[in-house]
Design a protein around this ligand. Structure first.
Ligand SMILES: [Ca+2]
Ligand SMILES: [Ca+2]
Length: 431
């Protein structure tokens, strides 16, 4: 697997490893150029089968895996990869201890300031809210770290697997996961005493329920971009901030099968052999028409020169997002590329929900910019359910805002404006 930490400010050692494919593959020439490093799991393997499904297999060693598992399933196996982990650093390291959990119980005064919702205002989300467009009927998956699903502003938005009866110890819908009424936790180490705030923050940017008031006197309620969209949290990043590529793939495939129409990916670090496994999954999701929003990364570089994945996959239904600030300049930390990064969105000092000891807080990074676009896409999809992901992407990219003096180094040259994208989509789709 690869791991993957949220946002990505990553220095990779370059350790190219031999590919473990059964046959020559051309899944992605580009991925092989990426540097890769970090820990390789010696006893866990990602297997792509001829029938199209992917599984994760454990074995004592690589040799035993090849001589026993692969040998006995040779006809059915299409490709296999070593699982790997890549360490990346979030822009801001932020976590809370689990015993700090204090659920607010009463509603008190709200103290939003002019800058609290600068991002939502900049992209003119309120114009759509005023039209009653709030993401209703659209399902968004957050493939990330832990999400506090019982946060008051997220709990109301949880997508429910109606084919599953909760807490009866049975996999009622036969999807391979017992009691996944809400979701599945794909992390290797679900509880360590500390939790990252990342996933909860990302989820809130997309769809925190603005109809639920804050119960914390020091924190105003979050206004999610699409406050009536539905959430599938699919955590795979451990509380330490890293995760495995195999768990990411399981989480992505799970979200797709549960009906996610949009999947946000505020993480990176998938290079080399493992990057090919991830790309194969992304290509499959892309073929299903799922819109994939991806953080460009926080290494301040051009990912056309130094590819990072999944940011640089550049698929038809993928939108890779750079970060901009309140003054509408590219954030100093943001990755860019005139070919591979598509649009900028607010990513500095972004206020959103956090777990446990506070109601909401401020973080910065392309991890925050990507969910702005995911939420915008959910708004557009709810307004025009028949719009394809390509049409939604095109509407967002062709209406990005920029001035002649300030063009962003992204394909659209500008920063997202969801209201303008809505008007564009309206002209394409008709009323
Ligand atoms: Ca199930
Ligand atoms: Ca059940």
């Amino acid at each position: 697997m690869e791991v993957i930490k949220f946002l990505l400010a990553v220095g990779f050692a370059s350790t190219l490893m031999a590919c473990a494919q059964k046959t020559e593959q051309s899944v992605d020439a580009a991925v092989t150029q990426a540097s890769c490093g970090g820990m390789i799991y010696q006893n866990r393997f990602i297997v792509e089968w001829e029938d199209g499904h992917t599984s994760i297999e454990n074995a004592e060693s690589y040799e035993k895996f090849k001589s026993e598992f692969v040998k006995s399933n040779l006809k059915e196996i299409k490709k296999f990869y070593k699982d790997q982990e890549v360490q990346m650093l979030p822009l801001q390291d932020s976590s809370v201890t689990v015993d700090e959990k204090i659920m607010p119980t009463s509603t008190v005064s709200q103290n939003a300031t002019a800058t609290t919702y600068w991002g939502q205002q900049k992209v003119q989300a309120d114009q759509l809210w005023n039209l009653g467009i709030k993401g209703k009927g659209v399902t968004v998956a957050v493939v990330d770290s832990y999400v506090q699903a019982d946060h008051p502003q997220l709990f109301t938005r949880l997508s429910i697997n109606t084919a599953e009866i909760p807490n009866n110890g049975i996999d009622d819908d036969g999807n391979g996961y017992v009691d996944d009424y809400y979701s599945v936790d794909f992390r290797d180490e679900p509880t360590t005493g500390k939790e990252s705030v990342h996933g909860t923050h990302v989820a809130g940017i997309i769809l925190a329920d603005s109809a639920v008031p804050s119960a914390d006197s020091s924190s105003p309620a979050m206004k999610g971009m699409a406050p009536e969209a539905n959430l599938i949290p699919a955590p795979f990043i451990n509380s330490s901030g890293s995760g495995s590529l195999s768990n990411a793939i399981l989480a992505l495939n799970y979200a797709a099968k549960r009906g996610a129409q949009i999947i946000n990916n505020s993480w990176g670090g998938a290079g080399c052999e493992g990057g090919k496994a991830l790309q194969s999954t992304f290509v499959d999701l892309d073929k299903q028409g799922i819109l994939l929003t991806v953080a460009a990364g926080n290494s301040s570089h051009d990912i056309g020169d130094s590819p990072e994945y999944p940011a640089a996959f550049n698929l038809a239904n993928q939108i890779t997002v750079a970060s901009s600030g309140a003054s509408d300049f590219m954030s100093y930390f943001s990755n860019s590329s005139n070919k591979l990064v598509h649009i900028a969105a607010p990513g500095e000092n972004i206020y959103s929900t956090v777990p446990f000891n506070k109601y909401a807080d401020t973080l910065s990074g392309t991890s925050m910019a990507s969910p702005f676009v995911a939420g915008a896409a959910a708004l557009l999809k709810s307004a025009y359910p028949k719009a394809t992901s390509v049409q939604i992407k095109d509407a967002l990219l062709t209406t990005a805002e920029y001035s002649q003096n300030n063009q962003f180094r992204v394909t659209s040259r500008g920063r997202m404006n969801v209201y303008k994208a809505y008007l564009k989509l309206q002209s394409v789709m008709g009323n």
